[in-house]
Design a protein around this ligand. Sequence first.
Ligand code: GLU
Length: 508
Amino acid sequence: MKEVRVRFAPSPTGPLHIGGVRTALYNYLFAKKNGGKMLLRIEDTDQTRFVPGAEDYIIKSLDWCGIKFDESDIVGGPYGPYKQSNRKPLYKQYSDELIAKGHAYYAFDTAEELDNLRKEAEAQKKTFIYNAETRQELRNSLTMTKEDVDALIANGTPYTVRFMMPENYVVEMHDIIRGDIKVNTNTLDDKVLFKSDGMPTYHLANIVDDHLMKISHVIRGEEWLPSMPLHVLLYQAFGWEAPEFAHLPLLLKPDGNGKLSKRDGDRLGFPVFPMQWENPETHEISSGYKQSGYYAEAFINMLALLGWNPGTEQEIFSMDELIQAFSFDHCSKSGARFNVEKAKWFNHEYLMRRSSEEVGKEYQEWLKTEKNIDADIQYVTKVAALVKDRVNFVKEMWDQSFFFFEEPTTYDEVTVKKRWKENSADLMCQASEVIRNIDDFSAENIDKVLNEWITSNELGMGPVMNGLRLMLVGAGKGPHIHEILGLIGKDEALKRIEKGIKTLDVRP
Ligand code: GLU
């Protein structure tokens, strides 16, 4: 195989959608697997769709994901600049070259004229197509004399350059994922390659840059498949060797009905963007995986398996393992349904695999920002060790561990009804005495002492433990009682039991 060079080529028309992240990811995995290079090219030739902040957002999001580029305007590289608006002067010569070779022509039809033609066709229930059938009747360099064309251009009349789509020709193509594809050019139109604002269109700039940047494989979303014949024909028209193509399957909505789109925003109850995005015009906020508490590794692992499978049962992959395992052989042609429960499951798996120290640090930060609690790192680390396996996200740890940081202020009604019996207050008084007399207040020893006390007095594990849980937690949840006691300490425990008895013991 020749040197693998791939590119991720987003248009900064808004935030990057998770489908776009997956495209970047597959490019990255393919490049790294094959010892190749991956570059970032910003395709911003459509100035009407420019959205401020989008480029920066895309760069930051990919960085968060751990997708690194070998070449870009930030890291540099031999084929820059890597932003198309900064390459503007170089495209015109290629448009001129196609005209000179007879593969393209000037078109002077105004937007209004074309609009009228479209409407006329619509009225007859037809679609207007600018192609071999109609081009001979339109205002272009194929129907005018050279003098007229030169005069129009000289006096500044706006024009576009259109590709002259061959008539009734079968384009034979190969896609790595989809196999051989044939398209008859009669179904295609004379696409604009160069616009009246002096900018190339996506099609021309994309082909010219892929050629100049020596791209070996074009890996992109299925939505670009309809452009493939034009792109292949452009390579032929220039006399350049075309790269190989791989069109990735769409990401579908969870119900499988249609493509997961940017417009879905938070409508479906989960983010469609890697990071939070604020619309610069409306200031509307769309949530992101990062801010929702996902680990980048979990997010990437989840995305990698939407459209590709390793051919084994393995589900958890680090980036390096993904690189080793990735190939197009196991990429599917059909769309991959997004599943938010699976996404959460991945985060849970990564959270469990993290050390208690790491999770403790993250939780300590969360406690500070969300609850204004300054907690000791060793203490939080112990809490993390007890509860991290029970949650999907660090932010969910609070619900499982608030009682390590504050005493209960309420007692869950349902639990009280079910667990607080007539003899409970009495039992709790006794338990309080037992606890007061424990000298070695390690969780292990507490467990031993409580057990011995309960068994030798035949008090029953349930009544004592359920009562204590209510006193210490205020509800029927949480880790083992001895673990809670060991962490909050003797004084705090005795205080809580006393307060609990006072609050719940309503006997006259
Ligand atoms: N600029 C195109 C996009 O926004 C790139 C498509 C391609 O990879 O050729 O997706």
